[in-house]
Write a protein that binds this ligand. Sequence first.
Ligand code: NAG
Ligand code: NAG
Ligand code: NAG
Ligand code: NAG
Ligand code: NAG
Ligand code: NAG
Ligand code: NAG
Length: 300
Amino acid sequence: MKPPLLLLLSISILLEALLFSVTGNNVGAYSPIDDIAVNCGSPCNSSESNWTWIGDAEDGSTYSPADEIHSSINANASRSSPSFHNLIPYHIARLSRSEFIYTFRDTAGPRFVRLHFFPSDYLDFRRANSFFSVKAPGNTLIRNFSASLFSDHTSFTSFHKEFCLTVGADQILNVTFAPTPGNPEAYAFVNGIEVVSMPKHLNYNTVVDSTEGIKLAGYKTLHNFSTADAFEVVKHLNVRGQFVGLADDAGMCRTWEVDESYVTSSNIGLLPVSTTVPLNYGEQVPNYTAPDSVYRTART
Ligand SMILES: *[C@@H]1O[C@H](CO)[C@@H](O)[C@H](O)[C@H]1NC(C)=O
Ligand SMILES: *[C@@H]1O[C@H](CO)[C@@H](O)[C@H](O)[C@H]1NC(C)=O
Ligand SMILES: *[C@@H]1O[C@H](CO)[C@@H](O)[C@H](O)[C@H]1NC(C)=O
Ligand SMILES: *[C@@H]1O[C@H](CO)[C@@H](O)[C@H](O)[C@H]1NC(C)=O
Ligand SMILES: *[C@@H]1O[C@H](CO)[C@@H](O)[C@H](O)[C@H]1NC(C)=O
Ligand SMILES: *[C@@H]1O[C@H](CO)[C@@H](O)[C@H](O)[C@H]1NC(C)=O
Ligand SMILES: *[C@@H]1O[C@H](CO)[C@@H](O)[C@H](O)[C@H]1NC(C)=O
């Protein structure tokens, strides 16, 4: 079987190509060690589709954020917002015009961090005024971000941004929301945060470690990725295949998009499909790396 090519595209000028060779025996399905979902601003826990979102606004909640001057508030999204929808975690948010910090303890190792946003008016926080940065230890994940501009540009009324990062054994995962300085109306907000452990070799890959380094767009020098780097996940594409929804992912709630609209060359390649060839996974590339259906289609 030809080694498939997985693409992880990142806004941080990253186009990482992981070339996997798939051999050996199956190992077990991936099940995350921790799988934390915080419904920011919510005074209670809520469940949806077998999934518990933990409220952060209850007294003594493990995930109540720290803020120096106790200025962060929780508020419901304005119901008069044209795109209001009553879905967890989007209808309620935590907001502040000064910095607030969520702390996730005992999360050493590689993690997905998903930040959920529903840009809307919240009390006197106007939709257009969110401008903020989000920081994790050693990395700024987003800088001077405007959720409303992002939403208007992409037409997603609510959305999440997903990052991969590695929390060191001696680190605590503090996620800091900081309004952009210099603008008195600027505020930071978030509707939901998920912290999910991920397999060690998925993005921080030790299989492909013999390169001279990777050329990043806009940089002259080559770069080797290390666990000190954070990635933003922008797309998962199922090359030449069908859309794969999160319920059909290999345990990590990713969605895999159809790649057609991204193929811009007139030569679209040969399109092999094999629904019958056995897929043999190995210890370095376990079967949860991607769903089987992703490996069964390709462009060559
Ligand atoms: C919410 O869920 C968390 C984690 O499962 C639990 O510790 C807490 O007691 C729950 N709170 C309520 C009010 O049920
Ligand atoms: C909840 O879990 C049960 C048992 O695992 C499953 O049968 C059911 O389909 C799940 N419901 C949803 C909405 O995912
Ligand atoms: C949000 O709305 C619910 C009713 O939908 C209400 O019970 C709750 O108090 C509101 N929360 C805030 C912070 O205004
Ligand atoms: C933040 O972004 C806005 C909109 O693009 C821009 O006007 C502003 O100058 C930026 N602020 C900083 C500190 O970069
Ligand atoms: C952030 O993490 C450090 C340890 O890495 C800890 O000492 C500090 O108290 C944390 N900050 C907050 C606000 O929790
Ligand atoms: C990247 O790592 C390889 C293998 O360890 C090494 O030969 C190369 O010099 C490194 N490149 C850079 C830019 O650090
Ligand atoms: C991976 O293989 C194990 C063991 O054969 C199986 O239980 C699991 O469902 C498989 N996972 C995926 C995502 O195919």
